[in-house]
Design a protein around this ligand. Structure first.
Ligand code: GLU
Length: 333
């Protein structure tokens, strides 16, 4: 991907009025404008054990935060309760501790934040920005696919529910072009209407959509920098759009290459990715650093884990991360 040419990391028509974070050189030097301001986070979904792909996101986000003298928050994204595996959240926290991750503040759980999501939806509705939708999945099955694999919404219920139909989900009106500069993936430009169209913020099963939850949580926590896997690059325009509708500042984004198996599939429970616990922390941490374009010396393999972290904090550079959307995680899929 081309490096960004815009002056600001995020530049969107809709969020234009918002003060935007300026690009941070990432030196951790006292003159670094991010010191004391940077708030990063790691937000795993407890749908299974932590695998190499999530370790990469955790390592990249914590190192970028610490390199900027920033805070690093931890949020369990269990908003999608049917996909939540009992005990997975505890397992993820235990694995992170074993790997030597230290987060700031209390762990936030989306399953406890329904009131905040409901309040955000109420604000969107009061402003006429969200509307109830009666369409079923089957009725939308012929619509073209958006980048993220969802169906583009044709706007059926935009002007009001069809006679005799009841609202099932809630959607927000999505118009305009969102532009942002991703620190790894480069310039992005997404025409919301041509991509997913009006998107769901509350699902037909009564659960709040990930797009709404992530935006409300990041805004409330004051997150300034989102460093995560590139599988979420396609959701980012909607999240920037939603932040604009809610009058919240837009963070800077860095989407790390997604770890895949040899077949190019995202590591996940579905692709039977091995739990990262199956590997010694030292070996896995060094592999994650190499995956992110860094070169920890081999002698660290036999040194205490803390030494690898010290090396990583001293050498971290987002600029070293390969500018690609995905890469094969050799030996870890
Ligand atoms: N919960 C998402 C995942 O595990 C990450 C969301 C985010 O970082 O914004 O893929």
């Amino acid at each position: 991907a081309a490096r960004c040419t815009s002056a600001r990391p995020v530049d969107t028509i809709l969020a234009m009025q918002q003060p935007l974070p300026s690009p941070c050189p990432g030196t951790g030097h006292p003159a670094d404008p991010c010191v004391g301001r940077y708030v990063g986070r790691f937000a795993p979904s407890p749908s299974g054990a932590l695998h190499f792909g999530s370790l990469v996101a955790a390592v990249g986000s914590i190192l970028d935060a610490r390199a900027h003298g920033g805070r690093w928050l931890l949020r369990i994204e269990d908003v999608d309760t049917p996909r939540t595996v009992p005990g997975a959240a505890e397992g993820i926290l235990a694995t992170l501790e074993r790997f030597g991750f230290e987060w700031d503040g209390a762990v936030v759980r989306q399953s406890e934040r329904g009131d905040a999501y409901a309040a955000a939806l109420a604000r969107l509705c009061a402003a006429g920005l969200a509307y109830p939708c009666a369409c079923t999945r089957r009725e939308l099955a012929d619509q073209p696919l958006a980048r993220d694999g969802s169906r583009r919404y044709p706007g059926t219920c935009r002007g009001g529910l069809p006679p005799g139909r009841a609202g099932r989900a809630w959607r927000v009106r999505a118009e305009g072009v969102v532009r942002f500069c991703d620190a790894v993936q480069g310039e992005q430009e997404i025409d919301l209407a041509a991509d997913a169209g009006d998107y769901v913020v509350k699902r037909a099963d009564g659960l709040f959509a990930y797009q709404l939850a992530v935006v409300v949580d990041d805004a409330e926590a004051g997150v300034t920098h989102v460093v995560r896997g590139a599988d979420l690059l396609d959701s980012t325009a909607r999240q920037i759009h939603l932040l604009g509708l809610l009058g919240q500042p837009v963070p800077a984004y860095a989407h790390l290459p997604l770890a895949t198996n040899a077949a190019g599939e995202k590591l996940s429970k579905q692709t039977l990715a091995r739990a990262i616990d199956a590997h010694p922390p030292q070996v896995a941490l060094m592999a994650a650093l190499r995956f992110l374009g860094h070169n920890p010396p081999d002698m660290l393999a036999t040194a205490p884990l803390a030494e690898t972290w010290a090396w990583a904090r001293a050498h971290w550079s987002l600029a070293a991360v390969p500018r690609r959307r995905q890469a094969v995680a050799d030996g870890f899929s």
